[in-house]
Write a protein that binds this ligand. Sequence first.
Ligand code: LLP
Length: 435
Amino acid sequence: MQLTGTMKINAEGHLEIGGMDTLDIAKEFGTPLWVLDEQGFRQNCRKFREAFDRLGESMVLYASKTLSTLSVYRMVEEEGLGLDVVSGGELYTAMKAGFPMERVYFHGNNKSREEIEMALEMGVSRIVVDNFFELQLLNSICLEEKKQQDIMLRITPGVEAHTHEYIQTGQIDSKFGFTLSDGQAMEGVKAAIKSEGLNLIGLHCHIGSQIFEMESFRHATAIMMGFLGEVKEILAHEFDELDLGGGFGIHYYHGDEPCDPSEWAKAVMLTVKEKAEKLGIKIPRVIVEPGRAIAGPAGITLYTIGSFKEVKGIRKYVAVDGGMTDNPRPALYNARYLAILANKADQSPVETVSIAGKCCESGDMLIWDAQLPRVESGDILAVFATGAYTYSMASNYNRLLKPAMVLVNEGSADLIIKREDYEDLIRNDRMVARL
Ligand code: LLP
């Protein structure tokens, strides 16, 4: 069991979060339900900000692809973090939440002209340029609009982080960024310096997600600093900022052992300082972009147990009222989660069951071989660490309705995402008149 933030087991033996009995929340808002622990989320923001602040000039951006909603952006803003957005949609949400644009960084490997124009209009702080095509496009739009935009270049440092290959991004064969090893990165820097509509402030890299080894971050940081040194030597250009991306791993399952955010801060900030001294370059302001580690542990999902199926001598399937539509991660990445029965949280496991979703697809399995107390229809299953990459990756497959999300704090639960209804499903459908 992984009780983090405000989670605990109350006197009735039920799981509690944010001072609320999860059974009461499930009753009031229905299931499946995403529940976000406000204090847990805010504490995670603070942990990263304080860890980096302590070690020098830095800024923590919340990687909003993890969980993007108006209320979440407001909390991020209040906690003093910046925002990493990757699409017009995330940017629009940030604008609607009143997020200060001078703290917004805009990423993405294929930003459209419309998205770029929107970002310029809103006045985002930095655009992180991913490739030569974008460099030209952005420069021409800036010249047309007689603007100069502060930019960073995304560099692919050639670091293979130990994580699922779908969420590795720093390796040479990647769709992202200017490759360092073949000279593209230096060409990119030269082109950016020459572009009159652009002001090259810094460099960025992101090596992947759900990373536990600080060595991978140290290695990437050292490579990036080496490149900063090369650029100074060859082009006499110095950078104000170095953005080292996100990727800090969290505890989902046995064996996941994340270290404290201060270890990440040390790995990164000390490497930057050491290398800067050695290479005789100025110490850049360090930016990091954690997402999963802020939202992930602060969220749980509540489901109601429905049907059962036993394959004699092989396995017991227990189905819940959601599945790959509200959490595609097990199907996509073989992600593993821990769960308990929220209404029997004080009972010890007595059986091994596999938790199936309700989609018409064998791959829709949430958890294989979960150890639980005796499972009965109507029990409430709580799956831990589901705050990240669940709502943001949810779908309406099989025309299932996307669940609601509530924010819990000190005994109250407030809706931050309304549950979809059937009307929502057909809202954008059009019946062709001739049919
Ligand atoms: N910065 C950049 C440029 C990124 O591409 C990402 C994640 C982050 C920051 C945040 O990384 P985090 O701290 O959350 O690891 N859907 C996958 C994860 C994809 C991550 C994509 N980029 C999953 O569910 O595991």
